[in-house]
Unconditional design. Sequence first.
Length: 127
Amino acid sequence: MPAFHAYLNSCNAHVRNKRRGTSSEAANDIAVTGGCTDCHGGNLSGGPISGAPPEFPPAANLTPSGDLAHWSDADIVRALREGARPDGAVLNPFMPWKATRSMTDDEIAALIRYLRSIPARSYHSHE
């Protein structure tokens, strides 16, 4: 488990260091290099996290068919800035919100547009 924690810390560092603008391509780059795809999968459909301990909670589906479809943009901003779900529950402590909170408003808006534009996928659909 210590190696996995070290990996997650490196993902946090990537998020802090990746500022590439606000285009869709930049938002995709944030999702990939920022570590989103490492836990949520290449197509962001979530599921068990490769290399994580068995008791580790699975990653959420970030595509339009997942729970984010029911979240407002403000809800997503709150999750990325404060680590809280719309109901106030705390996100999984491995979600790197302490790093994503340093993203600019424009970067977060671009990431939200990107997440809303990707194809809907069923949970843990790695097609």
